[in-house]
Design a protein. Structure first.
Length: 137
């Protein structure tokens, strides 16, 4: 498929797809006329790259681990240098911190929505503490 179709399928702009290619993250085939031919398997690969970038990994780290990730559910273990292992451990710690923060925020939003729904269902419009501990948010 051409780059425009891959853009449609993944929602990733063509310029960014070319950047991924420059960084060694994507390797489309080349047609005899020189055009890039993005295989169907690259739709999943782009989603995987986006997920890893969103998780905070750099393109350099992603380039090193992509050969080990055939798809999101299959990992092939191979020798990794100590620097890569340390970088991945650091990234995992940062992900854990983000997950904890997102969980706290989700729980706070859930508590707020529950309190608003309870208040609305009672028809009560007066000031009420919304925080489970009794303090207003």
């Amino acid at each position: 498929m051409w780059i425009g179709r891959l853009t449609e399928r993944t929602g990733v702009p063509a310029r960014l797809l070319r950047y991924y290619e420059e960084q060694g993250l994507l390797t489309p085939e080349r047609l005899p006329n020189g055009y890039r031919d993005y295989g169907e398997h690259l739709v999943g690969r782009v989603a995987q790259i986006r997920g890893l970038l969103d998780a905070g990994l750099t393109t350099s780290i992603i380039r090193q681990i992509l050969p080990c990730l055939d798809d999101p559910c299959t990992i092939h273990v191979r020798d990794a240098d100590p620097d890569l292992i340390a970088a991945l451990e650091h990234q995992r710690e940062q992900m854990d911190d983000k997950i904890a923060c997102l969980t706290r925020n989700r729980d706070a939003i859930s508590a707020y929505l529950d309190a608003v729904r309870r208040r609305t269902s009672r028809g009560d419009r007066g000031p009420q503490p919304l925080h489970p501990g009794g303090a207003d948010l």
